[in-house]
Design a protein around this ligand. Sequence first.
Ligand code: BTN
Length: 248
Amino acid sequence: MAFGPREFYETLPSTQDRAVKLAREGAREGTRVVARRQTHGRGRLDRSWSSPVGGLYCSTVLRRPREHLGLLPLAVGAYLGAALHEAYSVPIALKWPNDLVVAQADRLPRKLSGILTDEVSSPTLGRAVVVGVGVNVRLPVDSLPASLAERTAALEEFVRTPPNLEDVEGIVATASLGAVERLEVPEGVREARALCRRLLFGVGRRVTVDGQPAGTLAALGDEGELWVGTDTNRVAIWAGDVAVEDSP
Ligand code: BTN
């Protein structure tokens, strides 16, 4: 596993934008950009990603896997989730396609981490993928508006001493690089799929896609697509905003 050079900033508009620029300029695999806060953090679907001090914001340049690109964000999430569970005993689940949520009985699922991928041309890697990960490490969840607070979790809730941001960064970088390595060998692909399926959130629950009722979440497909059962058949969802309804 090739950890590359690291750029560190106290404040940056977006680690993702910086890492995309570096990738386009030929940054080597494993290069990562880290910031303590972001002023224009980017999320999926053109959303913003609130990035106050206390979170981990890290973007890593990876070579594009030759196959199974659709599995990459899920595999990063699954390996990251498994490692966070092991290190901090967080009850974690993978919410398609790119969220890690804390799933506890009798509580709403709460977002702990989000993952964003951008594919770019690189003069050294050919095609590169920049994987950006935000993790709520130390976040005063109670200071958020109530509607957001009940949907947000932070790692510090699960440990006695506040988690160290460098430790979490190491876990994120290892999960990102490790996911690409696994997707390049058949045994690794099988392992990644199995882990994603084990952690998948919401199986058997009703889902909406882009705000429209779509059916019941049935399974994760081999390439990372989501299979949803309707009254009459099963359909594959490849992109979009999937929400799992709260009541079973
Ligand atoms: C999402 O849940 O929509 C994805 C959020 C991804 C946020 C991370 S934080 C580090 C990197 N820099 C960004 O601007 N975005 C990603």
